[in-house]
Every structure is written in C-alpha cells, then in structure tokens.
Design a protein around this ligand. Sequence first.
Ligand code: AMP
Length: 224
Amino acid sequence: MIIILLGPPGAGKGTIANEISRRISIPVIATGNILRNAIDKNTDLGKIAKSFVVSGKLVPDEFVIRIVEDRITESDCEKGFIFDGFPRTTNQARELDMVFKRLDRNIDQVFYLDTSYETIISRLSARRVCTKCGAIYNLKYDPPEKADLCNKCGGKLIQRVDDQEETIKKRIDVYNEETSPLISYYEKMNILTKINADQDLEDIFKILWNRLIEIGVIKNSKLW
Ligand code: AMP
C-alpha cells in the first residue's frame, strides 16, 4: 500500500503517518527527517541541505528525488510505505510518477490534510520532537510525562529550528506557492481524499482509516 500525506506544516502528517505505520507495519518515508539526519551527521547531502532547511525553503528537487528513489527500493518498502512531506512540488510528483511506472507501483491514496493558519501556528509552536526516536509531542495537547524527555525512549525533546515563528511563516508561503498545486494534480488522478485537519488528530485518523477500508486496501476493519 502506498499512501501520500499532503498538507501544510503542522497538519499532523508526521503523527498520522507514524500511526498508520504502527498499525500495518509499513515504513514512513519522511524526507524532512532524512534531511535532518543528514544535516546532524554533516554528510555531503546534509551540507547542501542545511541552509534550505534552516530557512524554511525547499531543498532542490534533484537531491530529494534521489533520496526517495534510493529509499523506496530498500527491502522494507516492498509491502508499501507512507510518504510524509514528499512530493512537495509538481516536478517531484511528475518524477515520482515516472519512477513508479518504471517500478510498476501505484499510489493507492493521497490524503490532503486541509488546515487553517491558526491551527498550523498553534500546533507548530508547541511541537517538540525526540532527538533519538523522532516521536512527536505537543506541549498543549500531548505533553510528555517528564518535561523535555521522550516517553518512549527517554531521548531529549527539542523544538525544531524551523518551528520558530518567522520560519513557520516562510514555510507556509512555500507550501502555498509550491506544494498546494499538488491538490489539483492528485484530484485529477482521482486518488485524493480531503480531510478537515483542524479536528483532533484522533478524528482525522478515523476518517482516513475508514477511507482506506472503503477503497479496499485495508481488509481487516477490526484493527480499529
Ligand atoms: P518537514 O519535516 O517535512 O517539515 O521538512 C522540513 C524541511 O525539509 C522543509 O522545510 C524543507 O526544507 C526540507 N524538505 C523536506 N521534504 C522536502 C521535499 N520533498 N522537497 C524539498 N525540500 C524538502
């Protein structure tokens, strides 16, 4: 099963992707996480990506597409995967279509998480991320049990550098200009489901899960 989560920063893509992954054991491919890891390790890719990520701009398509092509041909992706944060430009979406054609794979569904400006700001400014396992917390809605420490692995929680207000605004502009055209791109392919993402994450997840059952990619509805 191949799922794409589309939506502005703060829509809940990461949390939803992790929950799908936990339930049906397919990996999440989050290009933002891959890029942040590369930056932390100071690899060649990390050196190139750093200035873009820190300022809230998009890393050039050629690098991101190469990362994705390498990742999806790994063995754990055979059963499927969930894209979080990819594709982010029409060019990336077209390239992905070509790669999938070559690999004889299909996108099952694209979920567009439609989110208001107020929700984005309130989710991102309170977001904290585990430096060890990547778990996501929200200080208002889903705080950790111990301040600044991950419930799952005890890792240190931090605020992402690009979750500060000025960069958030930049990322929203970039989303509106470069990523939002993908809504009509996938609508035309008849594989887009729009969900109001101002709701609680649990409610968003229920709608998404029911849709996956409806289109027949999840057979066992007892999983809910
Ligand atoms: P995210 O974790 O998805 O919010 O991504 C964080 C940052 O990584 C973005 O603001 C971009 O700088 C970069 N990034 C992540 N995914 C992509 C992508 N598909 N194309 C270009 N840049 C990306």
